[in-house]
Design a binder for this molecule. Structure first.
Ligand SMILES: [Zn+2]
Length: 379
Protein backbone atom coordinates (compact mmCIF):
# COMPACT_ATOMS: atom_id res chain seq x y z
CA UNK A 1 0.00 0.00 0.00
CA UNK A 2 1.40 3.40 -0.86
CA UNK A 3 2.00 6.00 1.81
CA UNK A 4 -0.60 8.26 0.19
CA UNK A 5 -3.29 5.61 0.52
CA UNK A 6 -2.31 4.76 4.09
CA UNK A 7 -2.45 8.45 4.97
CA UNK A 8 -6.16 8.42 4.24
CA UNK A 9 -6.51 6.84 7.68
CA UNK A 10 -5.02 9.91 9.32
CA UNK A 11 -7.04 12.93 10.35
CA UNK A 12 -7.48 15.53 7.59
CA UNK A 13 -5.54 18.79 7.86
CA UNK A 14 -7.53 21.77 9.17
CA UNK A 15 -9.64 23.03 6.28
CA UNK A 16 -9.12 19.75 4.38
CA UNK A 17 -5.84 20.35 2.57
CA UNK A 18 -2.23 20.62 3.73
CA UNK A 19 -0.94 23.97 2.51
CA UNK A 20 2.54 24.23 0.98
CA UNK A 21 3.81 27.79 0.68
CA UNK A 22 7.35 26.92 -0.34
CA UNK A 23 8.46 27.75 -3.85
CA UNK A 24 11.39 28.74 -6.05
CA UNK A 25 13.03 32.12 -5.57
CA UNK A 26 11.30 34.52 -7.98
CA UNK A 27 13.35 36.77 -10.27
CA UNK A 28 14.04 40.29 -9.11
CA UNK A 29 13.73 39.71 -5.35
CA UNK A 30 16.68 42.09 -4.83
CA UNK A 31 14.71 44.98 -6.32
CA UNK A 32 11.72 44.56 -4.00
CA UNK A 33 11.05 46.63 -0.92
CA UNK A 34 12.26 44.67 2.10
CA UNK A 35 10.28 43.97 5.25
CA UNK A 36 12.24 42.68 8.26
CA UNK A 37 10.47 40.06 10.37
CA UNK A 38 10.76 39.60 14.13
CA UNK A 39 11.75 36.16 15.39
CA UNK A 40 8.11 35.44 16.26
CA UNK A 41 6.98 36.44 12.75
CA UNK A 42 9.75 34.26 11.28
CA UNK A 43 8.43 31.24 13.21
CA UNK A 44 4.96 31.98 11.85
CA UNK A 45 6.39 32.35 8.33
CA UNK A 46 8.11 28.98 8.56
CA UNK A 47 4.90 27.37 9.80
CA UNK A 48 2.98 28.96 6.92
CA UNK A 49 5.57 27.48 4.53
CA UNK A 50 5.24 23.95 5.93
CA UNK A 51 1.46 23.88 6.22
CA UNK A 52 1.56 23.78 10.03
CA UNK A 53 -0.89 26.69 9.91
CA UNK A 54 -3.16 25.21 7.22
CA UNK A 55 -5.45 26.54 5.82
CA UNK A 56 -3.60 29.88 6.16
CA UNK A 57 -1.54 30.76 3.08
CA UNK A 58 -0.12 34.00 4.37
CA UNK A 59 -0.40 36.73 6.97
CA UNK A 60 -4.01 37.50 7.79
CA UNK A 61 -6.15 40.00 5.93
CA UNK A 62 -8.45 42.28 7.91
CA UNK A 63 -11.64 40.24 7.50
CA UNK A 64 -9.97 37.13 8.88
CA UNK A 65 -8.17 39.07 11.61
CA UNK A 66 -11.35 40.77 12.86
CA UNK A 67 -13.29 37.53 12.77
CA UNK A 68 -10.54 35.65 14.66
CA UNK A 69 -10.28 38.34 17.34
CA UNK A 70 -14.06 38.59 17.78
CA UNK A 71 -15.27 35.03 17.26
CA UNK A 72 -12.25 32.68 17.15
CA UNK A 73 -13.10 31.88 13.54
CA UNK A 74 -11.73 32.74 10.13
CA UNK A 75 -14.09 34.80 7.97
CA UNK A 76 -15.25 31.55 6.31
CA UNK A 77 -16.37 30.18 9.71
CA UNK A 78 -13.52 27.72 10.27
CA UNK A 79 -12.29 27.76 13.89
CA UNK A 80 -9.04 29.69 14.39
CA UNK A 81 -8.14 31.21 17.73
CA UNK A 82 -5.14 33.54 17.35
CA UNK A 83 -4.06 36.19 14.85
CA UNK A 84 -1.17 35.30 12.55
CA UNK A 85 -0.13 38.76 11.45
CA UNK A 86 2.83 40.72 10.19
CA UNK A 87 3.31 44.17 11.77
CA UNK A 88 4.79 46.96 9.66
CA UNK A 89 5.32 50.75 9.88
CA UNK A 90 3.73 51.70 6.57
CA UNK A 91 1.93 50.23 3.58
CA UNK A 92 4.45 49.24 0.88
CA UNK A 93 4.29 50.98 -2.51
CA UNK A 94 4.60 47.86 -4.67
CA UNK A 95 2.32 44.85 -4.88
CA UNK A 96 5.07 42.50 -3.75
CA UNK A 97 7.65 42.77 -0.97
CA UNK A 98 10.61 40.65 0.13
CA UNK A 99 10.51 39.30 3.69
CA UNK A 100 13.91 39.16 5.33
CA UNK A 101 15.22 36.77 7.95
CA UNK A 102 17.56 37.08 10.89
CA UNK A 103 20.58 37.78 8.68
CA UNK A 104 18.73 40.52 6.82
CA UNK A 105 18.60 38.48 3.61
CA UNK A 106 15.36 37.79 1.74
CA UNK A 107 13.78 34.42 2.56
CA UNK A 108 10.29 34.89 1.11
CA UNK A 109 8.04 37.17 -0.89
CA UNK A 110 4.62 38.45 0.15
CA UNK A 111 2.01 39.44 -2.43
CA UNK A 112 0.47 42.51 -0.85
CA UNK A 113 -3.28 42.36 -0.24
CA UNK A 114 -3.23 45.55 1.81
CA UNK A 115 -2.28 47.00 5.16
CA UNK A 116 -4.70 47.86 7.95
CA UNK A 117 -4.78 49.46 11.36
CA UNK A 118 -5.53 47.34 14.37
CA UNK A 119 -6.47 48.05 17.96
CA UNK A 120 -3.77 46.64 20.25
CA UNK A 121 -5.84 46.99 23.43
CA UNK A 122 -8.75 45.17 21.85
CA UNK A 123 -6.56 42.37 20.52
CA UNK A 124 -4.98 42.05 23.99
CA UNK A 125 -8.32 42.00 25.78
CA UNK A 126 -9.89 39.47 23.40
CA UNK A 127 -6.92 37.16 22.78
CA UNK A 128 -4.99 37.39 26.05
CA UNK A 129 -7.94 38.23 28.35
CA UNK A 130 -5.88 41.07 29.81
CA UNK A 131 -4.51 44.47 28.77
CA UNK A 132 -1.72 44.29 31.37
CA UNK A 133 1.65 44.92 29.72
CA UNK A 134 3.34 42.77 32.39
CA UNK A 135 1.94 39.82 30.39
CA UNK A 136 4.73 38.77 27.96
CA UNK A 137 2.37 38.24 25.02
CA UNK A 138 0.62 41.56 25.60
CA UNK A 139 3.94 43.36 25.95
CA UNK A 140 5.10 41.91 22.64
CA UNK A 141 1.84 43.04 21.05
CA UNK A 142 2.14 46.59 22.45
CA UNK A 143 5.74 46.82 21.18
CA UNK A 144 4.69 45.90 17.63
CA UNK A 145 4.57 48.23 14.64
CA UNK A 146 1.19 49.93 14.04
CA UNK A 147 -0.16 48.28 10.84
CA UNK A 148 -0.75 44.70 9.79
CA UNK A 149 0.37 43.76 6.29
CA UNK A 150 -1.74 41.07 4.65
CA UNK A 151 -0.91 38.73 1.82
CA UNK A 152 0.01 35.23 0.70
CA UNK A 153 3.63 34.25 1.14
CA UNK A 154 6.02 32.15 -0.90
CA UNK A 155 9.02 30.96 1.10
CA UNK A 156 12.12 30.12 -0.93
CA UNK A 157 14.53 29.80 1.95
CA UNK A 158 13.33 27.82 4.94
CA UNK A 159 14.53 28.70 8.42
CA UNK A 160 17.55 26.74 9.66
CA UNK A 161 16.01 24.36 12.21
CA UNK A 162 17.40 24.72 15.74
CA UNK A 163 17.38 20.92 16.10
CA UNK A 164 17.83 19.40 12.61
CA UNK A 165 17.42 15.84 13.92
CA UNK A 166 13.99 16.78 15.29
CA UNK A 167 12.79 18.94 12.40
CA UNK A 168 9.78 17.34 10.72
CA UNK A 169 7.19 19.24 8.69
CA UNK A 170 3.52 18.19 8.87
CA UNK A 171 3.86 16.17 5.64
CA UNK A 172 6.80 14.32 7.23
CA UNK A 173 5.16 13.52 10.57
CA UNK A 174 2.11 12.33 8.60
CA UNK A 175 4.31 10.06 6.47
CA UNK A 176 6.00 8.76 9.61
CA UNK A 177 2.66 8.02 11.31
CA UNK A 178 1.37 6.32 8.17
CA UNK A 179 4.57 4.28 7.84
CA UNK A 180 4.16 3.06 11.41
CA UNK A 181 0.52 2.18 10.75
CA UNK A 182 -0.78 4.71 13.29
CA UNK A 183 -4.27 6.10 12.80
CA UNK A 184 -5.02 7.62 16.17
CA UNK A 185 -2.14 9.77 17.36
CA UNK A 186 -2.05 11.97 20.45
CA UNK A 187 0.04 15.14 20.43
CA UNK A 188 1.74 16.49 23.52
CA UNK A 189 2.77 20.14 23.58
CA UNK A 190 5.47 21.01 26.09
CA UNK A 191 7.90 23.79 26.92
CA UNK A 192 9.26 22.17 30.06
CA UNK A 193 11.35 19.13 30.90
CA UNK A 194 9.08 16.10 31.29
CA UNK A 195 8.98 14.85 34.86
CA UNK A 196 6.97 11.92 36.20
CA UNK A 197 3.70 13.88 36.21
CA UNK A 198 3.72 14.60 32.48
CA UNK A 199 5.17 11.19 31.68
CA UNK A 200 2.09 9.78 33.38
CA UNK A 201 -0.29 11.95 31.33
CA UNK A 202 1.36 11.09 28.02
CA UNK A 203 1.34 7.39 28.81
CA UNK A 204 -2.25 7.52 30.03
CA UNK A 205 -3.21 9.09 26.71
CA UNK A 206 -1.09 6.64 24.72
CA UNK A 207 -2.93 3.71 26.35
CA UNK A 208 -6.01 4.64 24.28
CA UNK A 209 -4.43 5.49 20.89
CA UNK A 210 -1.83 4.11 18.47
CA UNK A 211 1.01 6.55 18.89
CA UNK A 212 2.32 9.56 20.81
CA UNK A 213 3.89 12.66 19.28
CA UNK A 214 6.00 14.45 21.89
CA UNK A 215 6.11 17.87 20.25
CA UNK A 216 8.16 20.33 22.29
CA UNK A 217 7.87 23.95 21.31
CA UNK A 218 11.31 25.25 20.33
CA UNK A 219 10.51 28.80 19.16
CA UNK A 220 10.78 31.85 21.42
CA UNK A 221 9.92 31.37 25.08
CA UNK A 222 10.34 33.57 28.16
CA UNK A 223 13.94 33.93 29.30
CA UNK A 224 13.20 32.08 32.55
CA UNK A 225 11.88 28.96 30.78
CA UNK A 226 14.36 26.05 30.55
CA UNK A 227 16.36 26.52 27.29
CA UNK A 228 15.24 24.32 24.41
CA UNK A 229 18.63 22.60 24.01
CA UNK A 230 18.51 21.38 27.62
CA UNK A 231 14.91 20.28 27.26
CA UNK A 232 15.64 18.37 24.05
CA UNK A 233 18.37 16.43 25.86
CA UNK A 234 15.88 15.67 28.67
CA UNK A 235 13.33 14.33 26.16
CA UNK A 236 15.99 12.16 24.52
CA UNK A 237 17.11 10.42 27.71
CA UNK A 238 13.54 10.06 28.96
CA UNK A 239 12.23 8.48 25.75
CA UNK A 240 15.30 6.25 25.36
CA UNK A 241 14.88 4.83 28.83
CA UNK A 242 11.16 4.85 29.53
CA UNK A 243 9.08 4.81 26.31
CA UNK A 244 8.71 2.07 23.67
CA UNK A 245 10.46 3.41 20.56
CA UNK A 246 7.82 2.09 18.17
CA UNK A 247 5.01 4.01 19.89
CA UNK A 248 6.60 7.44 20.28
CA UNK A 249 7.94 10.13 17.99
CA UNK A 250 9.79 13.16 19.33
CA UNK A 251 9.84 16.12 16.97
CA UNK A 252 10.23 19.88 17.35
CA UNK A 253 7.30 22.32 17.10
CA UNK A 254 8.82 25.49 15.63
CA UNK A 255 6.25 27.92 17.04
CA UNK A 256 6.97 30.82 19.37
CA UNK A 257 5.05 30.94 22.64
CA UNK A 258 2.35 33.58 22.85
CA UNK A 259 1.28 32.76 26.44
CA UNK A 260 -2.33 33.29 25.41
CA UNK A 261 -3.54 30.42 27.62
CA UNK A 262 -7.00 29.17 26.50
CA UNK A 263 -6.86 30.56 22.96
CA UNK A 264 -3.37 29.19 22.52
CA UNK A 265 -4.57 25.74 23.62
CA UNK A 266 -7.03 25.77 20.70
CA UNK A 267 -4.33 27.07 18.37
CA UNK A 268 -1.85 24.41 19.53
CA UNK A 269 -4.47 21.73 18.94
CA UNK A 270 -5.29 22.94 15.40
CA UNK A 271 -1.59 23.04 14.48
CA UNK A 272 -1.12 19.47 15.77
CA UNK A 273 -4.09 18.36 13.67
CA UNK A 274 -2.10 19.57 10.68
CA UNK A 275 0.83 17.43 11.84
CA UNK A 276 -1.53 14.42 11.76
CA UNK A 277 -2.63 14.17 15.41
CA UNK A 278 -6.19 13.01 16.06
CA UNK A 279 -5.97 13.76 19.80
CA UNK A 280 -4.31 16.49 21.84
CA UNK A 281 -3.40 16.60 25.53
CA UNK A 282 -4.61 19.67 27.41
CA UNK A 283 -3.43 19.83 30.99
CA UNK A 284 -4.12 22.46 33.60
CA UNK A 285 -3.24 26.05 32.74
CA UNK A 286 -2.10 25.14 29.21
CA UNK A 287 0.07 27.90 27.66
CA UNK A 288 -0.62 30.08 30.66
CA UNK A 289 1.65 32.53 32.41
CA UNK A 290 1.43 34.13 35.86
CA UNK A 291 -2.15 33.96 37.16
CA UNK A 292 -3.90 35.48 34.15
CA UNK A 293 -5.96 32.35 33.47
CA UNK A 294 -8.06 30.05 35.58
CA UNK A 295 -6.73 26.53 36.09
CA UNK A 296 -9.28 24.95 33.74
CA UNK A 297 -9.87 27.82 31.29
CA UNK A 298 -7.78 26.14 28.59
CA UNK A 299 -9.99 23.06 28.85
CA UNK A 300 -13.32 24.88 29.13
CA UNK A 301 -12.69 26.92 25.98
CA UNK A 302 -13.05 23.73 23.88
CA UNK A 303 -16.77 23.80 24.81
CA UNK A 304 -17.14 26.91 22.65
CA UNK A 305 -16.81 24.71 19.55
CA UNK A 306 -18.80 21.75 18.31
CA UNK A 307 -16.48 18.70 18.42
CA UNK A 308 -16.70 18.14 14.65
CA UNK A 309 -15.60 21.72 13.96
CA UNK A 310 -12.16 21.23 15.46
CA UNK A 311 -11.76 17.66 14.29
CA UNK A 312 -8.96 16.99 16.73
CA UNK A 313 -10.12 15.60 20.06
CA UNK A 314 -8.81 17.24 23.23
CA UNK A 315 -7.86 14.93 26.12
CA UNK A 316 -8.14 16.77 29.40
CA UNK A 317 -5.88 15.90 32.29
CA UNK A 318 -5.57 16.79 35.94
CA UNK A 319 -2.35 17.52 37.76
CA UNK A 320 -0.55 14.22 38.47
CA UNK A 321 1.65 13.15 41.39
CA UNK A 322 3.08 10.04 43.01
CA UNK A 323 0.91 8.84 45.90
CA UNK A 324 2.74 6.81 48.56
CA UNK A 325 -0.47 5.08 49.68
CA UNK A 326 -1.63 4.17 46.18
CA UNK A 327 1.97 3.23 45.44
CA UNK A 328 1.64 4.75 41.98
CA UNK A 329 1.24 7.90 39.96
CA UNK A 330 -2.27 9.29 40.28
CA UNK A 331 -4.39 12.42 40.04
CA UNK A 332 -7.15 13.89 42.21
CA UNK A 333 -9.50 11.96 39.92
CA UNK A 334 -8.00 8.57 40.79
CA UNK A 335 -6.52 8.94 44.28
CA UNK A 336 -8.60 9.43 47.46
CA UNK A 337 -5.64 10.28 49.71
CA UNK A 338 -4.54 13.64 51.01
CA UNK A 339 -1.68 15.92 50.08
CA UNK A 340 0.57 14.55 52.85
CA UNK A 341 0.65 11.21 51.05
CA UNK A 342 1.65 12.80 47.74
CA UNK A 343 5.17 13.56 46.58
CA UNK A 344 4.96 17.23 45.79
CA UNK A 345 7.83 19.63 45.05
CA UNK A 346 7.38 23.26 44.10
CA UNK A 347 9.21 24.57 41.05
CA UNK A 348 11.40 26.61 43.39
CA UNK A 349 12.30 23.54 45.46
CA UNK A 350 13.17 21.55 42.32
CA UNK A 351 15.43 24.32 41.02
CA UNK A 352 17.08 24.55 44.44
CA UNK A 353 17.84 20.81 44.51
CA UNK A 354 19.12 20.72 40.94
CA UNK A 355 21.36 23.73 41.34
CA UNK A 356 22.90 22.08 44.43
CA UNK A 357 23.54 18.99 42.30
CA UNK A 358 20.99 16.91 44.23
CA UNK A 359 18.58 14.49 42.55
CA UNK A 360 14.90 15.11 43.31
CA UNK A 361 13.02 11.99 44.52
CA UNK A 362 12.67 9.32 41.83
CA UNK A 363 8.90 9.60 42.32
CA UNK A 364 9.14 13.16 41.04
CA UNK A 365 11.73 12.97 38.25
CA UNK A 366 13.57 10.23 36.42
CA UNK A 367 17.24 10.36 37.50
CA UNK A 368 18.43 10.49 33.86
CA UNK A 369 16.35 13.64 33.31
CA UNK A 370 17.43 15.22 36.59
CA UNK A 371 21.09 14.59 35.74
CA UNK A 372 20.73 16.48 32.45
CA UNK A 373 19.20 19.40 34.35
CA UNK A 374 21.91 19.31 37.04
CA UNK A 375 24.59 19.50 34.34
CA UNK A 376 22.76 22.43 32.71
CA UNK A 377 22.44 24.29 36.03
CA UNK A 378 26.14 23.85 36.73
CA UNK A 379 27.44 25.07 33.37
ZN1 LIG B 1 -3.45 7.76 46.73
Amino acid sequence: MSTAIKQQHLIEPHGGRLVDRTGPRPDGVEQLEQVALTSRELSDLDMLASGALSPLEGFMARHDYESVVDDMRLANGLPWSLPVCLAVDREPDGDRVALTGAEGTPVAVLDVEGAYEYDKQREAERCFRTTDDAHPGVKRLYDQKPLYLAGHVTVFERAEPAFPELALDPAETRAEFAGRGWKRVVGFQTRNPIHRAHEYLTKGALETVDGLLIHPLVGDTKSDDVPAATRVECYRVLVENYYPADRVLVSAFPAAMRYAGPREAIWHAICRKNYGCSHFIVGRDHAGVGDYYGTYDAQLIFDEFEPHELGIEPMFFEHAFFCRVCGSMATPKTCPHGGDDHVFLSGTKVRELLSEGKLPPAEFSRPEVAEVLIRAYRS
